[in-house]
Design a protein around this ligand. Structure first.
Ligand code: HEM
Length: 444
């Protein structure tokens, strides 16, 4: 991504609504703090780990989710955890915490493995073909979510379900220039209007699926699968419509993000054959013995390190945006009340003061013996503080399991004419996808 800034307000709004990561100049990767005035709102960009700790942990209550994010996401995710604030957020987070315990995540890993293995088999049948790995990973993580959320026990045809969800998510990823300008709510957001029918349809499918499961839990509780849906219906303190919002939130927050992490990992490994071979050797050695399925992350440290390093270079969620309620100070910066606060994993993860050779793919940084040198506040793919990603452990298990199952028998080689160009559309995605040739690998 070129480090140049567009000129003028129109250029800024245009770029910010098309590919926000292009607005950053090279200073943004060198300075601990930056200040800008965007659309007359003072904006403080914090790259310094100590400053990040202060704003997102110590003084977190002073920083609420940015109105822009609320304007874009709330109409779609409503009262789900990601877009909830204040008392609603607190109550929802408390109700959802027991759903994401290590025990529950461990219980979901067999479904992750089974989906990933059958997906790898389907790809094996396409050996020799060039496929869009970005799109394929979206299909895979969608399949895993469907299995872990609903145990594939949905109302409606699976294709219909997937199709309406695709449409829903495509709309969710777009920032309307009217939202950036905070135009009055009565002005129509074209995106949302176009997506209204599929959104309503998608919500009806989720509500029907929930109803069906609630009935099963009433009639035959012993027969209900132990997936997210059952856990959510049994969680304390959430209404039906809040459960629906959170299911949609999990899909919205957990599907595209993990898919991007997987796609970028496979791409980066294809550019580092020696590293890829080390990961393959680890997978061969570990998957040869059945082992304890709960300890995937410990058994596959190199695979995990490759995934973490890929999320450093291409953080699926590149930006944590907040608004200051009251005046504050970090480093040598005054933060006035009402200012925007930006903590950008996209900048922090590539910052010249924080990383040795920041632009290089070096998974060894994340091997257990090296990891302790990475400050907790300089690596933030899942955010930090009270609003840290609730699904991070789920995502890490899913990512490592999917990579292990895919790479056990397959190899992916990038065949694009030029390096993939990252575009920020809520997640950081490769423009035009990741064309890669899939082939069968000879297991050593
Ligand atoms: C929050 C990243 C997977 C559900 C967040 C945040 C980040 C993030 C950075 C914090 C946002 C902020 O502070 O502004 C990621 C990445 C993922 C991933 C990189 C995959 C690689 C998932 C999964 C789920 C999930 C699998 C659910 C199953 C959520 C929810 C929140 C959240 C509900 C809101 C938490 C709150 O506000 O209390 N995620 N996430 N995420 N994530 Fe994830």
């Amino acid at each position: 991504v070129p480090h140049t800034r567009p000129l003028g307000m129109l250029g800024f709004v245009w770029t910010a609504s098309r590919n926000p990561i292009e607005i950053w100049g090279s200073r943004a990767f060198k300075e601990p703090y930056l200040r800008a005035n965007w659309l007359r709102v003072p904006t403080i960009i914090v790259n310094d780990p100590e400053g990040i700790r202060h704003c997102l942990v110590e003084n977190a209550a002073n920083y609420v989710m940015q109105p822009l994010r609320q304007r874009v996401l709330r109409p779609m995710l409503r009262d789900g955890l990601l877009t909830a604030e204040g008392e609603l957020w607190k109550r929802t987070r408390r109700s959802l915490a027991p759903v994401f315990t290590p025990r529950n995540i461990a219980a979901l890993t067999p479904a992750m493995q089974q989906k990933s293995q059958s997906f790898a088999q389907e790809l094996a049948a396409r050996s020799g073909e060039t496929i869009d790995v970005a799109f394929q990973m979206t299909l895979l993580t969608y399949g895993i979510l469907q299995a872990t959320l609903f145990s594939d026990d949905i109302t409606g045809e699976p294709e219909e379900f997937a199709h309406s969800m695709d449409k829903f998510l495509a709309r969710m990823g777009r920032v309307d220039p009217l939202d950036i300008l905070d135009a009055p709510a009565f002005l129509p957001r074209i995106n949302r209007l176009i997506g209204r029918r599929s959104t309503n349809y998608f919500r009806r499918l989720i509500a029907g699926t929930m109803e069906k499961r609630a009935e099963l839990l009433r009639q035959h509780p012993d027969r209900a699968p132990q997936d997210f849906l059952t856990l959510l219906l049994q969680a304390d303190g959430l209404s039906r419509s809040e459960i629906e919002d959170n299911i949609i939130t999990f899909i919205g927050a957990g599907h595209e993000t993990t898919a991007r992490a997987l796609g970028w990992t496979l791409y980066l490994l294809s550019q580092s054959p020696a590293e890829r071979q080390l990961v393959e050797q680890e997978i061969d050695a570990q998957l040869a013995s059945p082992g304890d399925p709960a300890s995937w992350l410990d058994r596959l440290p190199r695979t995990r390190a490759a995934l973490e390093e890929a999320m450093r270079l291409y953080p699926p969620a590149p930006s944590l945006n907040r608004t200051a309620l009251q005046q504050d100070r970090v480093g040598d910066m005054d933060i006035p009340a009402g200012a925007s606060l930006l903590v950008m994993p996209w900048l922090v993860h590539r910052h010249e003061l924080l990383w040795d050779r920041p632009g290089h793919f070096m998974p060894q940084r994340f091997l257990p013996e090296a990891r302790s040198q990475i400050d907790r506040y300089q690596y933030l793919p899942f955010g930090v503080g009270p609003r840290v990603c609730i699904g991070s452990s789920f995502a890490m298990h899913e990512g490592v399991i999917a990579l292990a199952c895919l790479m056990q028998h397959l190899r992916f080689d990038y065949v694009g004419a030029t390096a993939p160009y990252p575009v920020q559309k809520i997640t950081v995605q490769p423009r035009g996808g990741l064309p890669m040739r899939v082939s069968l690998r000879k297991t050593q």
